[in-house]
Write a protein that binds this ligand. Structure first.
Ligand code: BDP
Length: 680
């Protein structure tokens, strides 16, 4: 006995030793789900299904309170909450009941209860009633790795259908825990190959893995598939053979995957085929697919990411192409629109289609992966950016018509209510390549469920679940997160600047980039328009592209006026003079210098704040984040120097003398060529 005790003590000391020396590996693999109790909580359910079983197991292994009863019920109260909604009542010290219309509702309620426990909010009487704002809460996976910076795709297509990676289930669980219920498995730049029967078999295996967690699978399709794969003479949406090909294909898919979700389509965009190749419209194309999917309740998500090299203003094109089609789409079509009119830039005003298309449901497409926001190297919490977008007032039905309300059914009666996020998930042990990038996956799910949650709440939840509830850690870490997006905007593209990245990758600065014969709209100068007089893209009514007219009053007047335009969008809408007077009295040039410097200072502060937290978290994650912050800090200086030194060749003004001086030479910076292949 003594010996055993002695041994036990040894083990204990050994564990403590590992912990204190940091050998105990915390590699981020567990995400925000790390609350095993080692006990077996009492959980009963009034129904059996795979999904309810999962709910039971989650509670049994993690719940620390009184017995939980899971009940599927069918009364008015739960009916109001829809198929995904739930009620939680009771008290952690006596008993708890979760009620829902379906097993999915019980599963979501279960994760809610566990979240309350993990964040220390499960005390007292519980009386919770929840239902999601969007019915379709989807991740989009972009091919194997394109624009994902966390290693290879988690979908191991080569090994499927024979071999099933354990990560599929872990992925499903993580998503279910934050309410995500759909996933588009392949890139929007889709090859026709994905519709081959062999590929559909692979998709089936993933669908089977995800289904118990209430996650449906979808595919991106290539519009030319009937021609490329089916051997037809064309893929014209009005050709009856083409229509039949799609009907047959859809039937075949549903024969294998009965709850298949539908198609995501990128057409006539960046060189991909589409209905316009045959003189048809986006609506012709989308409706053809919608008809094929309708008998099975499948949906079409048709993307509005379109721009032509000859367009005078890329930012206007989606509106110009899609507005005339309003009301012409089938009822199971939803148009998927990026948050901003250009392309997931550090900051953009919202795409003016939101609120403008009144008879067609729109779904926001957000980007969780940080394609233009420092990839997996920079700590940037995207919730604040997404909230800024979702809370933007479109004024489509007067004050208060926010983007969120134009898409979640509040303003327009709409059959499909959906939101998508381009995933940042890869094979990396930490899933996302940066521990804090997990927070963006988490935040997307939470906002898709309830866009009214504050970024602060989301950050706090995530920190407590992922690291510790110790407020000495949580509060400063939260401060960093909440400030991080603005910091990135400052050191990369303040005041409405955008798309001044290096050629062929979207990581470092190259505002000077010039490639002979390149599409003008793929060059930074198209966006910044810097010259001796000033900088910025003139989108005003009088002298510019008049993109402002795509917004409702009073926004359009506000954006149109040089002195009424919010300064964060100044250079988005105006070509402003270098000496333009800013609100604080500085000239535009000086203010730009101040902003870049501020961004650098903010990241340096993040470093300081992070180092202070050293003893409050595990060693491995502390060091990982510390290392990434160093990169971010160096990158911020790189951005500041590159942009200021280059724009200075036009402004011909000094960097205000009280500010730090550049530490690089422009010529030296021009020589940097990053190989982003290894990032991809
Ligand atoms: C751009 C990406 C490109 C995507 C495209 C899209 O660079 O990889 O294919 O968006 O959204 O941001 O279709």
């Amino acid at each position: 006995m003594l010996r055993i005790l002695y041994q036990k003590q040894h083990i204990l000391f050994f564990c403590l030793f590992l912990f204190s020396t940091g050998l105990y590996a915390e590699n981020g693999n567990k995400l925000w789900l790390r609350s095993e109790t080692g006990q077996n909580a009492t959980v009963t359910a009034n129904m059996k299904s795979l999904t309810v079983e999962i709910a039971k197991q989650e509670l049994q292994s993690q719940w620390k309170g009184a017995p939980v009863q899971l009940n599927i019920v069918n009364n008015k109260e739960v009916q109001k909450l829809g198929k995904d909604g739930y009620l939680i009542s009771g008290n952690k010290n006596t008993s708890i009941t979760i009620q829902a219309l379906t097993g999915k509702g019980l599963l979501y309620g279960t994760y809610h209860l566990l979240r309350l426990q993990e964040t220390g909010k499960d005390a007292g009487a519980l009386n919770i009633s929840e239902s999601p704002k969007y019915d379709f809460r989807l991740l989009n996976h972009w091919r194997t790795v394109e624009r994902g910076y966390a290693g290879y795709s988690i979908w191991r297509w080569d090994e499927l259908p024979e071999k099933i990676s354990p990560r599929y289930k872990e992925y499903a669980r993580a998503n279910a825990s934050i309410g995500i219920n759909g996933t588009v498995l392949n890139n929007v730049n889709a090859t026709p190959e994905v519709l081959r029967p062999e590929f559909v078999q692979k998709v089936k295996v993933i669908a089977d893995e995800l289904r118990p967690y209430n996650i449906r699978v979808y595919l991106s399709i290539n519009f030319s598939s009937p021609k490329e794969l089916g051997g037809l003479s064309d893929s014209d949406p009005l050709n009856k053979n083409v229509r039949k090909w799609w009907k047959d294909k859809v039937k075949e898919i549903y024969g294998v995957i009965p709850d298949f979700g539908g198609f995501l389509v990128k057409a006539n965009s960046e060189g991909l085929p589409g209905p316009q190749d045959y003189g048809r419209t986006h609506a012709d194309g989308a409706n053809m697919l919608a008809e094929a999917l309708e008998p099975y309740n499948g949906i079409v998500m048709w993307r509005a990411f379109v721009y032509n090299p000859d367009s005078k203003d890329r930012a206007k094109q989606a509106y110009d192409e899609f507005m005339p089609l309003d009301g012409k789409f089938h009822k199971n079509v939803i148009v998927q629109v990026k948050n901003g009119p250009i392309d997931f830039q550090p900051r953009e005003p919202f795409t003016p289609l939101f609120g403008a298309m009144k008879k067609t449901p729109l779904m926001p497409e957000l980007q969780i992966t940080q394609e233009y926001l420092g990839a997996s190297n920079h700590l940037v919490f995207l919730s604040t950016m997404w909230k800024e977008f979702l809370e933007s007032d479109t004024y489509c039905t007067g004050k208060g018509s926010t983007v969120a309300k134009t898409t979640d059914g509040t303003i327009f009666p709409q059959k499909i209510k959906a939101i998508a996020g381009v995933a940042n998930i890869g094979e990396d042990t930490s899933w996302c390549g940066h521990h804090f990038a997990q927070a963006n996956w988490y935040a997307f799910g939470r906002l898709a469920w309830n866009h009214e949650l504050s970024s602060e709440t989301i950050a706090e939840e995530w920190l407590r679940m992922t690291f510790t509830s110790n407020t000495d850690f949580v509060n400063p870490a939260k401060e960093i997160m909440l400030e991080s997006h603005e910091a990135l905007v400052n050191y990369m593209m303040p005041l409405g600047l955008n798309h001044i990245f290096a050629w062929d990758h979207h990581y470092g600065p190259e505002p000077w980039c010039f490639i002979p014969n390149a599409r003008p709209d793929w060059l930074p100068s198209y966006y910044h328009r810097a010259d001796e007089n000033g900088i910025g893209f003139d989108r005003t009514k009088e002298t510019g592209s008049n993109a402002v007219s795509q917004y409702y009053s009073p926004l359009r007047e506000q954006f149109n006026g040089l002195n009424t335009c919010p300064e964060k969008f100044l250079l988005w809408f105006h070509h402003a003079a270098w000496d333009h007077k800013m609100e604080n009295g500085r000239t535009l040039w000086d203010e730009m210098c101040y902003k870049y410097q501020k961004g650098v200072d903010q990241v340096r502060d993040f470093q300081k704040q992070w180092d202070r937290l050293e003893n409050l978290l595990d060693r491995q994650r502390f060091l990982d984040v510390q290392y990434k912050l160093k990169i971010q800090s160096r990158d911020a200086v790189w951005w500041r120097d590159a942009c200021l030194l280059y724009f200075q060749t036009y402004s011909k003004r000094p960097i205000p003398f009280e500010l730090e001086r550049p530490v690089h030479d422009l010529e030296e910076l021009k020589l940097i060529k990053l190989d982003m292949k290894h990032h991809n």
